[in-house]
Design a protein around this ligand. Structure first.
Ligand SMILES: C[S@@+](CC[C@H](N)C(=O)[O-])C[C@H]1O[C@@H](n2cnc3c(N)ncnc32)[C@H](O)[C@@H]1O
Length: 245
């Protein structure tokens, strides 16, 4: 496997469910938001980047007559997710790269939670999935996330290894220029308390979300952590988008 992101998430798959509290909460809120839009229920749904299936399980409960094609680029994530369901003709699990994946049978909806921030550039991926469905909806991490961690680096005059995240407006514009019929959007902020900086860095590694940005030169994390030794709140800025063709 040559995709380092996939390798990290596969390695973390058996720990993820017990540690990814923010991702679980984000899945719950995204499911509720999507339901609040009053959309016509789909016959088929494809999910990209299912992880261990926080959102998959909510989908299966809410749209229980829809066929689900559940995908992730990390094979172990698919294995862990699959193990949480009883075998059913309505559920298909596939290891697939969500950036380019073409569905044999076009799903009504393509959905994803907390995965599209790994896709750069994002817009071609959005265009690709909207062309093979009638609705594309996703949650995505936004810039401004992990503000205290970033600020601790800035005070030291160094750059953190966190990958750049898009702004809400940039994602909105990308969605808007796809020429969709309707565009719904929303944003939320979630926070996770950490006793210190090391706990935050360790938690990202533990769930497999620690692939640094390209060409990142490792920095002196001890100095960063010293600034955060009295605890801090890691904020997750998250955008919800739903594009109807
Ligand atoms: C932060 S986890 C989110 C998982 C799940 N949706 C959730 O909300 O808990 C990101 C997931 O995206 C998957 N992922 C990353 N890059 C991907 C790609 N190119 N194609 C498909 N899945 C990808 C990872 O393997 C991981 O399972």
């Amino acid at each position: 496997m040559h995709n380092p992101i996939a390798t990290r998430f596969s390695d973390a798959a058996h720990r993820y469910e017990g540690l990814a509290h923010v991702q679980k909460q984000a899945a719950i809120e995204f499911d509720l938001w999507l339901a609040s839009l009053g959309l016509r229920a789909p016959d088929s749904i494809a999910e990209i980047g299912c992880g261990t299936g926080f959102f998959t399980r909510l989908l299966h409960q809410r749209y229980n007559s829809a066929a689900l094609c559940i995908t992730d680029v990390a094979p172990e994530m698919i294995e862990v997710c699959k193990a949480k369901f009883s075998p059913s003709d309505m559920l298909r699990f596939e290891v697939q790269d969500g950036r380019s994946l073409c569905f044999e049978t076009r799903p009504d909806w393509v959905l994803s939670t907390m995965c599209f921030q790994w896709f750069t550039p994002l817009k071609p991926v959005l265009r690709h999935h909207l062309a093979q469905s009638r609705l594309l909806a996703f949650s995505i991490m936004l810039d401004g996330s992990f503000a205290q961690w970033q600020a601790a680096h800035e005070r030291l005059g160094i750059s953190s290894g966190l990958r750049p995240l898009p702004s809400f407006d940039a994602v909105f514009d990308s969605c808007h220029t796809l020429g969709a019929n309707k565009l719904h959007s929303h944003r939320i902020s979630l926070a996770e308390a950490h006793p210190n900086g090391l706990s935050f860095a360790t938690s990202l590694r533990a769930i497999g979300a620690d692939q640094p940005k390209e060409n990142h030169q490792p920095v002196n994390l001890r100095a960063v952590c010293r600034q955060l030794e009295h605890g801090f709140s890691a904020n997750y800025e998250i955008g919800f988008f739903c594009i109807e063709r």
